[in-house]
Design a protein around this ligand. Structure first.
Ligand code: C2E
Ligand code: MG
Ligand code: MG
Length: 454
C-alpha cells in the first residue's frame, strides 16, 4: 500500500470537528469514550455481545526518533488506512492516542475477532513505502468482550488495555484476548506508568540500585560489580527490572533514570576504591535510547571527574540489539565515550544476532556471554562453541565475562583466562549496597577458588 494522498481515512460517516482526529479523519479518543459509554453505560441499554479491540503500532517511538515526527505521522496514517480498509461491517475504528487505535465491534464473536486480528497482524508485516522509505509497521492487538469481560465502559477498557500491554511485554506483533485471571496478575499500563513517573518526579523515590559481584576468573576475587536498577512500586505492582526499563523508555524517562544510575554507581565505585579496593570496576547498563544521546559523553566525563573515578573503572554494558538498531550512530557515540578510556561490554552475547562478523567492527572491550548459553555448558558442543568464541574474542583483544553461573558444575566447565571475569548466583546475587559491603569483606577472606569446595 502506498502512503495516502488524502489526509483523512474514509469512515463513511460525517463527524463534528471536535470528535475527529485531524491526522486520520477517524473518531478521536473523546468520540471513542462517548460511543463506548453510550453502548454500555446508558440507562436501559441492551448492548448484546461484542468486542473492544485495541491496536497499537509497534516501535513507533523508534520510528519517530529515527525519522522524525512527520514521518511517524505518515506511518500512523498508513496503518489507519490499512485497518479501515479491513474493517468488518458494523465495526468502528477510532484513533485514541499517538499510535493507538480502538475498534468497537457490536455483535462480534471471538472467532470473528480472531480472524480479523490475525489478518491484520499478517497484513501489518508486509513492508510498505512511506514517503519513499520502505518500512514495516507491525501492530500489537489486545481484545476484550462484553458483557463477559466487563459490562461497563471502564471495566471493559481496562481489560483490553491490560491484555494489549501483556502482548507488548511479551514481544509485540501478536494478539491476545483477555483472560479472567489477568486482572490479578497484570496491571494497566496507565497505572504503572503514572506511578513510575511519580517516582521519577519525586527525586527517584522508590528506585534503588542493587550490586551484583563480578569475580576474577582465575583468582575468584571480586573485582567489580554490575549496577542493576530496582523499583519498588508503592502500590505493590509486580514488575521485572527489564519491564521497568521498557516502561521508562515508553514514558520518555529512561535517560533521566539512566543518568541517576550512572551517577550513583560511579560515586559508589569511587568510594569502594578509596576504601582500599583499588582495582574495582563498576558495570552500568545502557538502554537503547541512551545510545542515541550525543551529549551522554559530556555528562559522563563530568560525572567521572566529579567523583574522581578513573574512566577505565567504568564499564558500560550495551546489548547487540540496541547497537544494531542504529549501527552507525551507536558506533559513533560509543567511540566518543571510549576515547576517554571508559570501557564498553557487549551484553547478552549469544542471545540475539550474535554476529561474529561484527565483533571486530564494534568499539568494545569485552563480551558478556549470555546466561542461556552458559546454562548448558556441560553439553560438549556448547562447551566447545563457548571456548571457540572465547578464543576468538581473546584473539582480537576482547576480555570475556561468563554470565549466569549458578552452580559448581557450570563453574568447573569454564576454562579460566587471565583478565576474564565471571558473574552469577554462585558468587552472589544482586544485593543492596550495605549487604554488598559485607559480601566484599567476606569475599576477600574466603575466595571461591577452583581447588576449594564452594
Ligand atoms: P543484564 O544486564 O543482562 O543483567 C543480568 C541479569 O541476570 C540481572 O537480572 C541479574 O539479576 C540476572 N542474573 C545474574 N546472575 C544470574 C544467575 O546466575 N542466574 C539467573 N537466573 N539470573 C542471573 P535483572 O536484575 O532482572 O535485570 C534484567 C535486565 O534489566 C538486565 O539484564 C538489564 O538489561 C536491564 N537493566 C537492569 N538495570 C538496568 C539499568 O540501570 N539500566 C538499563 N538500561 N538496563 C538495566
Ligand atoms: Mg548487563
Ligand atoms: Mg546480561
Amino acid at each position: 500500500m502506498e502512503d495516502m494522498a488524502d489526509p483523512n481515512v474514509s469512515t463513511g460517516t460525517r463527524m463534528p470537528q471536535a470528535d475527529m482526529d485531524p491526522l486520520t479523519g477517524l473518531g478521536n479518543r473523546y468520540r471513542f469514550i462517548v460511543d463506548l459509554e453510550r453502548l454500555l453505560d446508558a440507562p436501559g441499554s441492551h448492548p448484546g455481545d461484542g468486542a473492544l479491540i485495541l491496536i497499537d503500532i509497534d516501535e513507533s517511538r523508534k520510528t519517530n526518533d529515527t525519522y522524525g515526527y512527520r514521518f511517524g505521522d505518515r506511518v500512523i496514517r498508513v496503518v489507519a488506512e490499512l485497518v479501515a480498509g479491513m474493517l468488518p461491517a458494523g465495526a468502528t475504528l477510532y484513533r485514541t492516542g499517538g499510535d493507538a487505535f480502538a475498534v468497537l465491534w457490536p455483535g462480534a464473536s471471538k472467532d470473528q475477532t480472531h480472524h480479523f486480528s490475525v489478518t491484520l497482524l499478517n497484513e501489518s508485516r508486509n513492508p510498505r513505502r512511506v514517503a519513499g522509505v520502505a518500512c514495516t509497521a507491525t501492530v500489537s492487538i489486545g481484545a476484550a468482550f462484553y458483557p463477559e469481560d466487563g459490562d461497563t465502559a471502564e471495566a471493559l477498557f481496562r481489560c483490553a488495555d491490560v491484555t494489549l500491554y501483556r502482548v507488548k511485554r511479551r514481544g509485540k506483533n501478536n494478539v491476545s484476548f483477555y483472560a479472567a485471571d489477568d486482572r490479578d496478575q497484570e496491571v494497566s499500563h496507565i497505572d504503572l506508568e503514572s506511578e513510575l513517573r511519580a517516582s521519577v518526579e519525586a527525586g527517584f523515590k522508590d528506585f534503588e540500585i542493587y550490586y551484583q559481584p563480578t569475580v576474577d576468573a582465575v583468582s575468584g576475587i571480586c573485582n567489580g560489580a554490575e549496577a542493576l536498577l530496582r523499583w519498588t512500586s508503592p502500590k505493590n505492582i509486580r514488575i521485572s527490572p527489564a519491564d521497568v526499563i521498557m516502561h521508562l523508555e515508553l514514558i520518555g524517562c529512561v535517560e533521566q533514570v539512566g543518568d541517576w544510575v550512572l551517577e550513583q554507581a560511579i560515586g559508589q565505585c569511587a568510594a569502594w576504591r578509596a576504601s582500599g579496593l583499588s582495582d574495582f570496576s563498576i558495570h552500568v547498563n545502557l538502554s537503547m535510547l541512551q545510545l542515541r544521546d550525543h551529549v551522554l559523553e559530556e555528562r559522563l566525563v563530568y560525572m567521572l571527574k566529579n567523583a574522581g573515578l578513573p574512566p577505565a573503572a567504568l564499564v558500560l554494558e550495551v546489548t547487540e540489539s540496541a547497537i544494531m538498531n542504529d549501527l552507525s550512530n551507536s558506533i559513533a557515540i560509543l567511540n566518543d565515550i571510549r576515547r576517554h578510556g571508559v570501557r564498553i561490554a557487549l551484553d547478552d552475547f549469544g542471545s540475539g544476532y550474535s554476529s561474529i562478523n561484527y565483533l571486530r567492527k564494534l568499539p568494545i572491550d569485552q563480551i558478556k556471554i549470555d546466561r542461556s548459553f552458559v546454562a548448558d555448558i556441560a553439553n560438549t558442543f556448547n562447551k566447545s562453541l563457548a571456548n571457540t568464541i572465547k578464543d576468538l574474542a581473546h584473539s582480537i583483544q576482547l576480555s570475556v565475562c561468563d554470565e549466569g553461573i549458578e552452580d559448581r558444575a557450570q563453574f568447573d566447565q569454564i576454562e579460566p583466562s587471565q583478565g576474564d571475569i565471571i558473574q552469577g548466583y554462585l558468587f552472589g546475587k544482586p544485593m543492596p549496597v550495605d549487604i554488598f559491603q559485607t559480601f566484599l569483606r567476606d569475599n576477600r577472606r574466603n575466595v571461591v577458588k577452583r581447588s576449594q569446595a564452594v
